[in-house]
Design a binder for this molecule. Structure first.
Ligand code: F3S
Length: 774
């Protein structure tokens, strides 16, 4: 009864502020002129501007060249945080001294839960092992009026889709797959904790206006093709960099053929092509999903503003122009498999067996894992169940280990009631906790795969960087739809094509899978599940003490960083020159390190440990001036102790992967002042500025080759540029350690006025705290 009461109260606070958003859209139309057509993403974004006139007209060609140019100052409607990133976000929020959050917010305990032996064993063990952190998060949530979803309640993006996302909403989430909410027509952007703090304290959140990539969907999916295959094939076309600076906006007649959760899958994995976010227009399929997830009131409100005409917030204008358009015919789409080691290596199923042989990838594989935030909808699971039932009837058992991760307690309880989980368990599948588990390295493999050897797994997840799932950098994670992973698990072979190949049953007969079938939504509605997995109320209570022990090795209150010196940076030394890909996992590894997320000094011991040394090809091997060898964080510590500040030199798309702000905080804590690269991933570049680290890119890419580890670097023009609010040119004066030769390297920057102020203050937080306490 109590849970139902809380649910009713929560439901009313989960209605997006539509009257305000629609009023703002009218204002935007006035500013831009009524003849100007807008894409859906533009409508939602611009109607969340703190001051449309300032953002849309300043510095642009009368509002015409906004995309890719204007600096948007946005006021999001809501913030969601997962347990690993929420720690640092809350520690930062606490430093600002406010009594409650300025916008509704939620915390979801999902990343810190192991997936290994099944939910019944793993969940209590994970709660016990992380009690200190969960207590901190819960106490802070209660104090500041944040909804707290306890461990076991579900994965952030699934819980957000089921409870908060709604057409026209704009939200930030401290996790890179936050765009999942775009499946329900929201602009949902993955950010670091420091950006979330902007929204939590009502400071405008800045974003360079993205360009809009239109993806026109035609036709209709059938047979083995699933929504996952839309994004897997799109990732192949766009590559991991192709979406950078863009919002992916789906449109076209194919949209209405997709389920709401299928659309969420497409948006979720838009993160893999570097897109700011992805979203779908309002679709009739949103209505039954909103109703089934107890948000009939939101569906009703949406119906009122989904009409045609200038007030329509929820679809692009008919004449809307996209910066680029890609067309996908769903009727011709083939299932795809992406990987290994990068999500954009996309191979159609019909060519996969040949590719495996040609590239000499392993022909057997150890585990198939379905679910996660990307693919654990009722539709996904019932389609997988349909295949399992066929195989079971033929007397077959999976040859590879088979794991199932439900995305939320609501999904889990519903699948349990409808016997789907039972079908998986009877087939030998292991149902893991409603949490991230193996997707984020919280997985100890129990199959026979020898450590350190090439081996394969298939997952329905979204990300497949080396070492991500089981900590073994030789494990090749091939990404596919849950139905394909399920069928493949029965063969145990990477060359099996369930559309054309047969398996042999125990009685020696040929068995061929029929194409999977499932249901978008459960006919008997969703089950709420365990009442202990409901969120706490969003009512701040100043009497609740926030639990941080001064002796903790997992949580530490933050010490402010020192302000920028009164002049250019001089005598910086190159700590490391990174070769090739450098993701946020490379800069701040996950897995066992997750437990130190709330303790900056302790987690800094993993800084850049995955980075490859450009001079020697070694990983995590750095050399001091006298040739002494260190791990990268150890050398950084040594230099910090000597008061020697440093920089890192790197190649393209530095910081790709996730919104992990630790990848910016840790270098800063250890004395890093500048990162100079060929290019940056957007979120990470912003995160660096927020922590007071200056991100610069080579004006001439070949200058990367001229700098080496331990060279000495001074900035020239940086201080003046910062003082001028980001206006000005910056160069680096490089002195070679070996020869003493000195030369200038021109560099580019993307510093805005506000970001320049952060860097001068030492960090964005220093500036926010000063304003809050003024
Ligand atoms: Fe969790 Fe993996 Fe998604 S870590 S939020 S399930 S990408």
């Amino acid at each position: 009864h109590l849970a139902r009461g809380l649910a009713t109260e929560a439901a009313s606070s989960r209605m997006p502020p539509y009257p305000k958003i629609v009023r703002n859209l009218e204002q935007v139309r006035k500013v831009l002129g009524s003849e100007r057509s807008l894409t859906l993403a533009e409508k939602i974004l611009y109607s969340h501007l703190a001051n449309p006139e300032e953002s849309l007209l300043t510095g642009t060609n009368n509002g015409r060249d906004i995309r890719g140019q204007a600096n948007l100052k946005l006021k999001p409607d809501r913030v969601a945080m997962q347990d690993a990133s929420a720690q640092m976000a809350l520690l930062q929020f606490m430093s600002c001294g406010l009594p409650s959050t300025a916008v509704p917010a939620s915390i979801h305990c999902d990343h810190m839960i192991v997936g290994e032996r099944g939910a019944d064993t793993d969940l209590p063990a994970s709660i016990k092992g992380n009690a200190e952190v969960f207590d901190f998060l819960e106490s802070a949530a209660k104090r500041y009026g944040i909804e707290f979803w306890p461990p076991g309640a579900g994965i952030i993006h699934q819980s957000v889709l089921e409870n908060y996302a709604a057409p026209g909403l704009m939200m930030l989430g401290t996790d890179s797959h936050t765009p999942n909410g775009g499946g329900l027509g929201a602009i949902a952007i993955g950010v670091g904790g420091a950006d979330a703090v902007d929204a939590l304290v009502d400071a405008p959140w800045e974003l360079k206006a993205p360009k809009i990539l239109g993806v026109r969907l035609e036709g209709q999916l059938s047979g083995w093709a699933s929504p996952k295959d839309i994004i897997l094939s799109l990732a192949g076309k766009l590559t991991v960099r192709g979406g950078t600076g863009f919002i992916i906006e789906y449109f076209g007649p194919g949209v209405e053929t997709l389920s709401c959760t299928g659309m969420a899958t497409c948006c979720n994995m838009g993160a893999e092509v570097g897109a700011t976010t992805s979203l779908f227009p309002f679709s009739p399929n949103h209505v039954p999903y909103l109703e089934a997830t107890h948000r009939g009131h939101v569906a009703k409100a949406v119906a009122e503003i989904a009409g045609s005409g200038p007030k329509n917030l929820l679809r692009a204008d008919t004449e809307a122009q996209y910066d680029q358009v890609i067309t996908i015919n769903l009727s011709e789409l083939e299932p795809h498999i992406n990987g290994p080691f990068t999500p954009d290596l996309s191979v159609p199923l019909s060519k996969f067996a040949d590719t495996v042989r040609e590239k000499q990838w392993p022909e057997t594989f150890g585990a198939g894992l379905i679910g996660s935030c990307t693919n654990s909808s009722y539709e996904d699971m019932t389609r997988a169940e349909h295949l399992v039932k066929q195989a079971e009837a033929a007397g077959l058992k999976p040859k590879a280990d088979f794991f199932i991760t439900p995305g939320s307690e609501q999904i889990r309880a519903t699948l349990e009631r409808d016997q789907t989980l039972n079908t998986f368990s009877e087939a030998g599948g292991v149902v893991l906790a409603n949490a991230c588990g193996p997707c984020i390295g919280q997985w100890t493999r129990t199959d026979e795969t020898p450590k350190g050897e090439d081996n394969a797994i298939f997952t329905s997840y979204n990300r497949n960087f080396p070492g991500r799932n089981d900590g073994n950098r030789r494990t090749m994670n091939f990404l596919a739809s849950p139905e394909l992973v399920t069928a493949l698990a029965y063969s145990g072979s990477t060359t099996f094509n369930p559309m054309t190949d047969s398996l042999t049953t125990p009685s020696g007969e040929n068995f061929k899978f029929q194409p999977p079938q499932g249901s978008h939504l459960p006919s008997a509605g969703f089950e709420a599940g365990n009442p202990n997995f409901q969120p706490t109320a969003a009512i701040p209570d100043a009497s609740v003490p926030v639990a941080v022990s001064p002796t903790s090795d997992r949580l530490a209150l933050l010490e402010p960083f020192a302000p920028f010196p009164k002049g250019d940076l001089s005598g910086l030394q190159v700590l490391y020159k990174v070769k090739g890909q450098c993701t946020t996992d490379t800069i701040s590894a996950a897995g066992p390190w997750l437990k130190y997320k709330g303790h900056l000094p302790n987690i800094s011991a993993n800084t850049l440990i995955g980075a490859v040394n450009a001079a020697t090809g070694e990983t995590n091997v750095a050399y001091d001036e006298n040739g002494t060898q260190f791990g990268i964080p150890e050398l950084a510590e040594q230099w910090k102790a000597k008061g020697l500040e440093w920089l890192v030199v790197a190649e393209d798309n530095y910081g790709e992967g996730s919104a992990r702000e630790h990848a910016a905080l840790q270098p800063r804590y250890l004395g890093g002042r500048v990162i100079v690269t060929k290019s940056f991933a957007r979120i990470h570049e912003t995160n660096l500025k927020k922590q007071g680290v200056v991100p610069l890119t080579f004006a001439n890419r070949e200058d990367y080759d001229r700098i080496e580890a331990c060279d000495s670097v001074d900035t020239v023009g940086l201080y003046d540029t910062l003082q001028a609010g980001g206006q000005g040119e910056v160069q680096l004066r490089v002195t070679k350690r070996k020869t003493g030769e000195t030369f200038m390297v021109p560099v580019n920057h993307t510093l805005s006025k506000d970001q320049s102020s952060f860097i001068l203050a030492g960090s964005a937080l220093n500036l926010l705290a000063a304003k809050a306490n003024a």
